[in-house]
Design a protein around this ligand. Structure first.
Ligand code: CU
Length: 498
């Protein structure tokens, strides 16, 4: 970026390339129909004509929710249910989500649509669905106890409202602990009048965080320390890169519902924040940046012109959110240097309290945020039980070493163990953590060998590609789609759980 004028010209879209063929929302709906979805374009609120400049939002790794038209009502069907989800190669966890996915499938509607959402509860306990930021009648708000009775296990609640808003919204269970085990989904409202400047690519990413102890598949929703951080239900390097053609204008919609705020940083580009959880922001507010803080319960839309070719990281910049497993923070049990000290029971070993408070004289020093610094049972280095040059020892921790990892030796100096503080990243990221083959997919085609050893947690790429490379990946993607058995979640059809 040469100067501010260039920046404004590029980012505000004055002179941005419009050459790329857009994937149109209306056009996508037509192709959706050809895949067997019951869609009726005549009933689109605004008509294909008007929306022909609006691109459909992609949520990598998360399915789109199809709908059927009932008169002039767009009818969706969400099923709250337990799901088994592979958030990372070999790490299958028990989450709660919607229609087999956590986050739940993405809903896309047009401003002005009349929408009906049938919510079935297949959980073992009551739930309630909240439409976050929606200006709908109180009895449709999904606040359990105050606006409706909770939906009992096996029960159903039908929500119906007309949507006059536009922007990046989301739906989520209004039961706090359920929110923390996956129960959220994106709800995109496309504007009646297309946003200016128009975007060529439009992506949505939902951020979630889980505390999952080693050898356990169920997140601990009471824990405040999170060791698995995800974009759209995947931890890096299992996330799917956002594929962009050089010169395109890109919108990324970031949604956060968890216990932490996430500063999301993009490499190689400046962006402007164009929207919040309340819709489009006036253009006069768009200042340049490359990091946006997405607070809890917020969404932020950012836009930029992808004018700098390359594979650019997009990630949360909280250091602990750029890691996977984070085993050291769950105490001596996962460390295994000498095993867990005798007399230290399971709860203490995991850093759980049996008595007193976390700040008491007895517990305080050993239960600081993170690492158990000061605990006599703890070892002097914090990050890993490993010895320099002995990478294979890492299989002591089954969760971080699924089969198929590349396992080359990390480069460390001979005297590494004598250096206070060692190791920091030597065994957390680097060539030994690489698993390029295990996360192979069209969107990763052509990345530098070993790239996956340095991606973890809330991390993905924005790949700004020259036309030939871009077309190549699109071709690969098409081929892969063709090979997959069609998996559609069909509203109005027999659901697999029924
Ligand atoms: Cu974060």
């Amino acid at each position: 970026m040469k100067n501010r004028r260039d920046f404004l010209r590029n980012t505000l879209g004055l002179g941005a390339s419009l050459a790329a063929a857009p994937r149109l929302f209306a056009a996508e709906q037509e192709s959706g129909a050809s895949m067997g979805m019951d869609m009726n374009l005549d009933h689109m609120s605004h008509g294909a004509q008007r929306n022909s400049r609006i691109v459909s939002v992609e949520t990598p790794d998360v399915p789109q929710l199809s709908w059927r038209m009932d008169g002039n009502v767009k009818e969706f069907h969400l099923i709250a249910e337990p799901v088994k989800q592979e958030i990372f190669p070999g790490r299958i966890v028990d989450l709660w989500g919607y229609n087999g996915s956590a986050p739940g499938p993405t809903i896309q509607v047009n401003q002005g649509d009349r929408v009906r959402i049938i919510v079935d509860n297949h959980l073992p306990e009551a739930t309630s669905m909240h439409w976050h930021g929606f200006e709908v009648p109180n009895e449709m708000d999904g606040a359990p106890g105050s606006s409706q009775d909770p939906i009992p296990p096996g029960g159903r609640f039908v929500y119906e409202f007309t949507l006059h808003q536009e922007g990046t919204y989301f739906y989520h269970s209004h039961m706090a602990m359920q929110e923390m085990v996956g129960m959220i989904g994106a709800f995109i409202m496309h504007p009646k009048e297309p946003y200016k400047p128009r975007a060529d690519k439009d992506f949505a990413i939902i951020m979630q965080e889980y505390a999952i102890l080693p050898n356990i598949q169920v997140p601990n929703s009471m824990n405040m320390e999170f060791n698995w951080l995800t974009f759209n239900g995947k931890a890096g390097p299992a996330t799917t890169p956002l594929i962009v053609r050089h010169g395109e204008r890109v919108r990324i919609r970031l949604i956060n519902l968890g216990m932490d705020h996430h500063p999301i940083h993009l490499h190689g580009h400046q962006f402007v924040v164009t929207g919040t959880e309340a819709g489009r922001q006036p253009q006069s507010t768009w200042g340049p940046g490359n990091t946006v803080l997405v607070g809890v319960a917020q969404s932020r839309d950012v836009e930029f012109v992808a004018n700098n070719p390359g594979d650019w990281m997009l990630h949360c910049h909280l250091p602990h959110h750029m890691m996977n497993q984070m085993s050291s923070m769950v105490g001596p049990m996962s460390r295994r240097r000498d095993g867990m000290p005798a007399g230290l029971d399971m709860e203490r070993g995991m850093g759980m309290l049996r008595q007193g408070s976390a700040t008491s004289e007895e517990n305080g020093p050993s239960l600081g945020r993170g690492l158990g610094v000061g605990s006599p049972a703890e070892q002097t280095v914090s990050n890993s039980p490993l010895k320099a040059g002995n990478a294979m020892q890492h299989e002591d921790i089954p969760d971080v070493q699924p089969q198929g990892m590349q396992m080359s030796k990390p480069e460390v100096s001979k005297d590494a163990n004598s250096v206070p503080g060692f190791p920091q990243d030597a065994f957390m990221e680097g060539p030994m953590m690489a698993m390029d083959q295990m996360v192979d997919k069209p969107e990763n085609f052509g990345l530098r060998p070993g790239w996956s050893g340095f991606m973890a947690g809330m991390m993905t790429f924005v790949r700004v590609l020259p036309p030939d490379k871009y077309d190549q990946i699109m071709e690969l993607r098409k081929k892969q789609e063709g090979n997959k058995p069609m998996k559609m979640d069909m509203p109005g059809m027999e659901h697999k759980h029924e």
